[in-house]
Design a protein around this ligand. Sequence first.
Ligand code: GLC
Length: 477
Amino acid sequence: MKSILFVAGEGLPFVKSGGLADVIGALPKNLVKQGQDVRVVLPLYKSIAEKHRDSFEDLGTFNVSFGYFQSVATVFTKETDGVKYYFIQHAPYFERDGLYGYPDDGERFAFFQVAVLEMLQHLNYFPDIIHEHDWHTGMVPVLCKERYYNDERYARIKHVFTIHNMAFQGIFPSVVLESLFGLSQELFNNGKLRFRDSISFMKGAIVYADKVTTVSETYAKEILTPYFGENMENVLELRREDLSGIVNGIDTEAWDPKTDKYLPFPLLNTQASKAKHKLALQERLGLRKSKDTMLVGIVTRLTWQKGLPLLIDKLTDVLSQDVQLVILGSGDTNYENILKGYEYRYKRRVCFYCGYNEELAHQIYAGCDLFLMPSLFEPCGISQLNAMHYGCVPLVRETGGLKDTVMPYNEFTKEGWGFSFTSYSGDDFLFTFRRAVDFYYDRPEDYQNMVKACREVDVSWDNSASKYIALYESMFQ
Ligand code: GLC
């Protein structure tokens, strides 16, 4: 058995801004269940400090020298579900509102990454593997191999880097190599970290990690092409042998329809139970109560990635059908305003909840008949898995993890559990949406087949966690 340290910018049950947090909250837990020794390290953000610090154990303070700066960090710990979490505290960097998006993010995450490596020495805990996630942690393998290379305790560590989203790479001026990491400009000059006239944390990890993974098999192939590669496709091509895709699962304990603490009553595997949840949701949201009307749900960040332009373009056509619509999410203010307008115009038929609400998300999956996710690109996607698990049929664009997890319904063989379309086109989306509505009203038996099939899909982490274990082991053979 190998010891594994996950390093990430966010993770449940402590902090979440996107799907990354779901993965960090669930995969380590499952690996532990399968007998692995897994720990996780996160920054101690303000929201974590406010809610949890009283329950943390203080493991002491240590020096962090990063580039031109000398500073200190304190490490706290807490064990949850067999996973030991570490939290790096440095209030000026992390005890602010939110997680990312500050002008000094480069400095904040440079500090975090160096602090994580110094923490290993402070705790005298040197894992066999560090598993880094997304750009916030991409410099960890670079530091181990370029800065700590003559310290065997660091040099022997193997690195797995998981790409959750190619669209965010952590691009900073090349001067940060020296000023924040104490590394040589050579890493810019020789091209290893260079991205145009800057450096990219993500490129660092792609070049330096022993294995690179992403969160679905299809996305692993897609990012080798210019459309999805975000200008990194040629670098990824060089690592093709070490690049693989392992699809995400969901935390089936937190998402158990029978015991879910956010649902007003258990969700059983029957049509009547679904109808009861639909009526409760309509009541809560002020929609007209009607168990027979098709209720369509969307839970998303309101960004271009999630297909918002396409959706908004066709929203009037969508609402010309006999459906109700609930949207939960926030993001781009332009989209928020448009959706507020729709809610105003379609009283008792459209509800837009601007923001995030975990409880409502669970109730939407439980009460809705159809879930829309027409993403432009989708490394994996978690919401379609939640929807399926709660018997809400997904309608997706065939990209990345959506393609790998949603099998389109075949009306002849009766196989499959969703609706999908290929090209990023409003008309294709609308055609597929109308098809879903027709199935719902005119072929209720087929629709029920889909609902049932959705609930039977294995969306747990069991399979994928075993694949990660096999990958970890392969590095030591
Ligand atoms: C990112 C991706 C999403 C993926 C998640 C977790 O948020 O956009 O597709 O499911 O990371 O891996």
